[in-house]
Each structure stands twice: as C-alpha cells, then as structure tokens.
Design a protein around this ligand. Structure first.
Ligand code: NAD
Ligand code: ZN
Length: 254
C-alpha cells in the first residue's frame, strides 16, 4: 500500500508499530538530510560531486590517504555540529518505549547515538566517521589528534605512533570488508523482528540492502519510508514517499 499523504502514513505506521512486538529500523542517509548532512544519491548529493576513495587506493597511495583526510576535515567544518533530526528523535522515543531493541544503520554520522540510543544498540554496517582507527593495531584515535598532526605536517596523514600502521576513519570504504560482528547482529535483529522499517535509504548498496528483503522473507512486515521510490517498494506492506521528519514527527513526543 502506498500512503497517499503524511497523516495516513503516520496513522498506518502507528497501527503497525502498535501491533508489533519488535520493531527494527534500518536507516540510510535520508534520515540525516534534515540535520544538514547531504545524502549520496539525491541531486546535489555527495556522490554527484566526489568520487569515493576506495580501500585499495587508501592502502596503496599516500596521496589518496592525504586526500581522504583533507575531505574528512572539510566535512567536519561543514557538518561537525549536526544534531539529530525528528527522524532520529522519533526512533529514540520508540527505543525508550521498549518497542525498538536496536537500530541498524548504514550511516556513519553518530546521530543515532547522539539522539540517546545506547551505542551498544546502534548496529553500524558502514562504521563511524567521528573517530579513527589504526588499520594494523586497531588503536583508536580522536579526530582532533589526527587533525593536529595532519596540519602540522602540511596536509600529510599521520601514521600510528605505536606500530606505523595507516590511520583511517572508522568507516567501511568501498572495497573494504564488512564488519562481521555488525553483520551478524543485524541478521539476528532482522530475523527476530516482526516489523522492519527501512528509512531514508535508496536500498541499492549491498549487502546492506539485503536486510529488508530478508525480514520480509522471514515473515516480518516491511514498511519503507523514502522520498523516492525504491526497487523494493513492491514487496512492502506500507510505502511512504514523504519527508521522514514530517512522517515520524508525531512519534517524537511519545
Ligand atoms: P542514499 O543517498 O543512496 O539514499 C538516501 C535516500 O534518502 C534517497 O533515496 C533520498 O530520496 C532519500 N531522502 C533523502 N532525504 C530524505 C528525507 N528528508 N525524507 C525522505 N527521504 C529522503 O543513501 P543510502 O541508501 O544510505 O546509501 C548511501 C551510503 O552512503 C550509505 O551506505 C552510507 O554509509 C553513506 N552515507 C552516509 C551518510 C551519513 O552518515 N549521514 C551520508 C551520505 C552517505
Ligand atoms: Zn597501530
């Protein structure tokens, strides 16, 4: 069913959530556009402006490492102060109410944690860009630490002082292995839910995009909230082509 307007969408969602025991949200970049972070595939999105640096290039090219840190700090200046939007806050309210055990996200912006969801209950399929890790010894580094060294060295990315490994944001780049524990946890949540909410994802990045279909196959209901149509709309029990913040806003207060 395609919800014709925001009110109908909210009413249908409220009923579906009311009837469900375990609601698992699966979020993409679209939930964070209200916070001022552009998504990848909308017109004007990051994708249309910059080719991503894949993991192989990061490992083999000093220039690619420097460039990826240069981009990261430019992003920090633009989006570093982003705050959770109505979509994040609505999911946090459902989490506090005990309806949502955890959120699966493709986002790397830390906004679900910032909205009050325990970090242990945010399953990040593509990692997190708000801190960095040494690729060899896994030591964690804060971004201001990396930035200071990057700037002091005239725009050269620092290596790990402990082991000499490359330091990279804790994100999963194209060509980099998916995090096993997060994939396993996402699968368990998907298998255990009776309502799966795909929110703000174009559902084209695999293997992440497999989860909505797996939920449906497993007998859960599927609702898709996304401004644009997705290839999975035909499988969904509810399809909402409206603004995420507008649709989820009434949940914020509850
Ligand atoms: P995507 O850009 O492919 O799709 C986002 C979808 O959200 C689009 O279909 C768009 O129409 C929709 N959308 C945008 N704003 C909306 C709104 N306010 N209301 C309703 N719909 C809205 O994003 P994706 O599917 O998450 O895949 C992109 C990949 O890029 C992800 O894997 C993620 O790791 C990464 N990414 C993350 C961020 C972030 O952390 N905020 C931002 C950009 C990209
Ligand atoms: Zn190291």
């Amino acid at each position: 069913m395609i919800a014709p307007d925001v009110q109908t969408a909210f009413a249908r969602l409220r009923d579906m959530i009311g009837e469900a025991n375990s609601v698992v949200p699966f979020t993409g970049a679209g939930i964070s556009t209200e916070s001022g972070i552009p998504d990848f595939r909308s017109p004007g999105g990051i994708w249309t402006k910059m080719r991503p640096i894949d993991f192989g290039d990061f490992l083999t090219s000093r220039e690619a490492r420097d460039e990826s840190w240069r981009r990261r700090f430019a992003m920090q200046d633009q989006f570093g102060g982003a705050k959770p939007g109505r979509g994040h806050r609505a999911l946090a309210a459902l989490y506090r109410a005990g309806k949502v055990p955890a959120v699966i996200t493709q986002n790397i912006d830390n906004l679900h944690q910032d909205s009050g969801i325990d970090p242990g209950h945010v399953v990040e399929l593509h990692g997190n860009t708000t801190y960095a890790l040494c690729l060899d010894c896994a030591k964690r580094y804060d971004l201001p630490w990396v930035r200071e060294r990057f700037e002091t060295a005239g725009g050269r990315s620092p290596d790990c002082p402990d082991c000499g490994g490359f330091i990279k944001t804790a994100t999963v780049s194209f060509g980099q292995a998916m995090p096993e524990a997060a994939m396993r946890r996402a699968q368990e949540l998907t298998d255990g839910c009776d309502l799966f909410l795909a929110i703000g994802s174009s559902l084209v990045v695999w293997p992440a995009a497999g989860f909505p279909l797996a939920a449906k196959r497993n007998g859960a209901k599927l609702a898709i909230i996304n401004r644009e149509a997705t290839e999975f709309d035909e499988f969904a029990d509810l399809v909402v082509h409206h603004d995420i913040g507008d649709v989820l806003a009434p949940f914020v207060a509850h």
